[in-house]
Ligand binder design. Structure first.
Ligand code: S3P
Ligand code: PEP
Length: 442
């Protein structure tokens, strides 16, 4: 019987590039934008459209959860007749319902605040790893704001939100040093709380600030009033005024963090990759790749067609704080392992609580291919060494799988375990990857 390539134990022979890549890659929509847009459209007072939404495990879980709470999300074409779209029809949120969060940080953190607005019980459960990911910031804050939640006193999943149809809201202090998504979660539902919400971050550091800016921008785009540290407010305090949200017609940008492996392919093979529709202005952290991968040896040009990224044939190490853009770490570590000088990646201790412990996983897997990576208190030190083939384990982490594929371009005989895990945010990854390489392997 033929091996099933989607079985978690299946090994995918990562294509080895035989030359410089030269490709145009259409990257699907942003996970972070799609899941915020779904939540905001569900909370709006009128229907809205979401064009070119990402359809991946994380976003289908979000759509499924909102549907379970009574929201209409229909397949359709956009108002101008072009492109794929979701029509979102807000409705009175209700339970009882069960939400499967999978291992999606956005679903497990953004939806408990939404559930407090539902009339009825909403039960949250997910993959085993979701039980270990931090959620206490959201649970504790919601209780302070008036919610009733049963979580077996663990401060984690599984849990039940006893939705009362409304929430008082008001001021709350949280420590969001383990995830920026705590702040985003409270802000997204904030306009629908009776008193709005004022979130004060009291922890020592706050990761992924661009993702909080994305939340604020998207809230403002649907008519919410948000005061932020950047708009003259207090440091580490965000305030959302209560009010109705507009239904909008939004086109989702390509996922720039998922563009990373393709840009890395240009860097690693000394080739050229064009990513169409790269936005000229965005809050996505992946936009930082223009600067980071340029420092690592490439060059890029942002034109009306998109981002054209060209490798020089040389890859340099980098010393960089990735605290703002933590989700880029696996891909940068993979490129750094192939560089001509050492790298230090800093500011990402919170990655230990992502899809897997990414610092431990990257260290182990790159070292098992002959690499020299050490974990530091807040990141990785990577000294390039000649690598050899072998199995690259992925720990159900989509970004581990794409990191392994990057290494496989330069190192013959790399096999990725469970490449299907990329479906969390990038369902067609193996086809996009082989399509980029073309029939002659580059
Ligand atoms: O809000 C978001 O969409 C995200 C925020 C970040 O989470 P953390 O702040 O937990 O790292 C990021 O890593 C994640 O991939 C997506
Ligand atoms: C950390 C990530 O995802 P999540 O939204 O599940 O936190 C990620 O996509 O890199």
């Amino acid at each position: 019987m033929a091996a099933n390539p989607t079985a978690p134990t299946a090994l995918w022979p990562a294509p080895h590039a035989r030359g410089a890549v030269d490709a145009t890659v259409h990257v699907p929509g942003s996970k972070s934008v799609t899941n915020r847009a779904l939540v905001l459209a569900a909370l709006a007072s009128e229907p809205g459209w979401l064009r070119r939404p990402l359809r991946s495990r994380d976003t289908l879980l979000m759509a499924g959860a909102l549907r379970a709470m009574g929201v209409g999300i229909d397949e359709g074409v956009g108002p101008d007749g072009s492109g794929e779209a979701w029509r979102v029809l807000p409705a009175g949120l209700r339970g009882p319902a069960t939400v499967d969060v999978g291992n999606a940080g956005t679903v497990m953190r953004f939806l408990p605040p939404v559930a407090t607005l539902a009339a009825g019980d909403i039960r949250f459960d997910g993959d085993p790893r979701s039980y270990e990911r931090p959620l206490h910031g959201v649970i504790d804050a919601l209780r302070v704001l008036g919610a009733r939640i049963d979580d077996d006193a663990r401060g984690a999943l599984p849990l039940t939100v006893h939705g009362g149809g409304a929430l008082d809201g008001g001021p709350v202090s949280i420590d969001a040093s383990s995830s920026s998504q705590f702040v985003s979660a409270l802000l997204l539902s904030g306009p629908r709380f009776n008193q709005g919400v004022e979130v004060r971050h009291t922890g020592r550091s706050l990761p992924s600030l661009p993702h909080i800016r994305m939340t604020v921008d998207m809230l403002r785009a649907v008519g919410a009033q948000v005061d932020t540290p950047e708009s003259g407010g207090e440091p580490n305090v965000w305030r959302v005024t209560p009010g109705a949200l507009l239904g909008r017609d939004l086109t989702v940008e390509p996922d720039l963090s998922n563009a990373q492996p393709f840009l890395a392919a240009a860097l690693v093979t000394g080739g050229r990759v064009l990513i169409p529709d790269w936005p000229s202005r965005t809050t996505q952290p992946g936009d930082r790749l223009r600067e980071i991968f340029t420092e690592m040896g490439g060059s890029c040009e942002l034109t009306e067609y998109g981002l054209e990224f060209t490798g020089s044939g040389r890859i340099h190490g980098i010393d960089v704080d990735l605290g703002d853009v933590g989700e880029l770490t696996p891909g940068i570590a993979a490129v750094a392992a192939l560089a001509d000088t050492p790298s230090t990646l800093r500011g990402v201790s919170h990655l230990r609580l992502h899809e897997t412990d990414r610092l431990a996983a990257l260290t182990k897997e790159i070292n098992e291919l002959g690499g020299d990576v050490t974990e530091t208190a807040d990141g990785l030190r990577i000294r390039p060494r000649k690598l050899h083939g072998g199995v690259f384990h992925t720990y159900e982490d989509h970004r581990m799988a794409t990191a392994g594929a990057i290494i496989g371009l330069a190192v013959a005989g790399v096999q990725i375990e469970n490449v299907a895990t990329t479906a969390k945010t990038l369902p067609d990854f193996p086809d996009l990857w082989t399509g980029m390489l073309g029939s002659d392997g580059a």
